[in-house]
Design a protein around this ligand. Sequence first.
Ligand code: BF8
Length: 503
Amino acid sequence: MKNNKFRGLKERLAMQPCPIGCESKCCKNCLMGPCRLMNKNDVGVCGANADVISARNIVRTVAAGAAAHTGHAEHMIDFLKTKFPDRYIERKAPKYLLKLWGQLGLMPRIKHEHFRDISEALHATTMGVNADYQDLLKMAVKLGIIDGYLGLYLATELEDKTYGKPKVRKGILDLGVIDEKKTNIAVHGHEPMLAEEIVKEAKKHKNVNVIGVCCTGASLLARHGVPLAANVILQEDVIATGLIEVMAIDSQCVMPSLVVLSECYHTHLITTNSLSKISGVVHMPVTDRKSAQLVAEKIIQMAIKNRDKRKKALNVDDRKVNAVIGFDERIADKLYEQLRRKEIKGTIAVIGCRNPRVTEDWISMYKKLSKDYAILTTGCMAFEFGRVGLLDGKRFFHVGSCVNNSRVAEIFRIVAKRLEKKMGDAPFLVSAPSPLAEKCVAIGFFFAALGVDVHFGYPMMIKSNSDVEHFLQNVLKKHFHSRIFLEENPERLYRALRNYKFD
Ligand code: BF8
C-alpha cells in the first residue's frame, strides 16, 4: 500500500527524548510500572532505588548488544557450517586478564554456554531478582567480555578466514558513490555473507554498482574497497537519491522507516536474515553459501530490470571523498614505534555510532587532538571522519566495521605487550562520542574489561553523582585500571586529554 506520509529522520527528531529515561531513572521491567523516579530519594513501586534501576537498565543494554554481536558470529558459524571453536577466550585473551577475570568471577561460560550468561542477565534483571547494583554492573562487565571475544573477535576472525583480511588502499565514500549512470544495489546491515556474494556476482555485469551502507558497507570497504555510501543517519538519504534499484538488508541498524520511504521511489527492499524480517518487505532467506549465491544472482537481475522504473526527479548527490582504508592489527608495530619515539602521546579509538541527537562538533575536536594522538576509527564514526577528508592513513586509521573493534583490541594488546605494560597501563582511550545502539555500550564494557578507559559523549544511562557513576569510575579503576565516563562537551574532553597523564 502506498503511503505518502513519510516523515524523514530530521522531522522525527522533533520528538524529544524522555528526560527521565535519558538518566536511566525509568523502569518498565514489570507491569506495576513503568516507574519514573523524579526526585532524589524516589523508589519504584517494588522499592528498587535509582541505582538498582539504572544498573538493571545497563545490564539489559549490554546483554542486548552482546546478543547482537555474538548472534552475528553465530550466524557466520551456521552459514559456514563450521564448528564453534574450543576455549576461544582462553586462547585470545592475555593471561593476566584471564587470571583477573577468574578471580572476580567474570569468566564467561565456555562454548555456546555464553548464551546462557546472556539469558541469565535478562533473568537477573526481571522484577524481584537481583537488586545489588554492584553485582549487576559486574554482570555488565562479564557481558562485555562475551561481547568482545565471542562477538567481535569471533565474527571478525570468521569473516577474515572466509573473505580475506583488509588491505591498505584507497577507497571512496559518501552519497556521491551512487552512480546515476549505473544500476545501483545498496547492501545494508552488518552480516556481510550475502553482500560478499553480491559483490562477486556484480563483477560479471559492467553496469552494476554495489554500494555499502552501515557496517556491512564498512566491512566491504575495508576488505575489497567497495564504495561506502552512508552510515546510520544517511540510510534514508541513500534511497532518497531515487537511484537505488534494490536495497538488500541483512541485519541490525536498519530503520523501519525505509519501508515507507522506498514506496515513494522505485526501490525494492529485500530482507535476507530470518531474524530481521520487516512487515511489507519481500524476504529471500540466505542460510548458506549456495542460497547466498542464488539470492545474489536474483537480486542483480531484479535490480537490472527495475532500473527502467526510476522516476525523473532525483536527489542526486555528488559528494564523494577519497580515503585511505583497510588497516588492521598490522599497524601495531608502527604505533609502538611512534610511541617509543614520543611522536605521539597515545592512541585513541573513536568508535561507534552517529547519534543524530548529538550536535556537538566532535570531529573538529579529534582533528585537533590528532596532533598528539593516533586516531583509530571504526563503524559510523569512521564514516564521519571520512566525509571530511580526515582518513589519511597517517594520523587517522580506518579499521573497519564495529565488529572489527576486535582489531582495535588486538592493536592495543600488541602495543602494550611491546611496551611491556598491561593494557590498563598503556596510553589508550576508547571514545564513543555519539552512541546510539546497545551494541556500542557493550563494546564500551568490553574495552573497560581489558583495562582501557572508555568515554561516552551521550548520557547512555550514566547519571552524574550516582553510585553507578562511582562504580564505573572508581571500582573499575581499582580492579581493571579503567573507567567508563561521560563527557558531553568536546572542548572539556580536549582539555582533559591534552594534558592527560596515562598511569
Ligand atoms: O555496528 S556504529 S549505528 S551501523 S551500531 Fe549501527 Fe552504531 Fe553505526 Fe554498525 Ni555499530
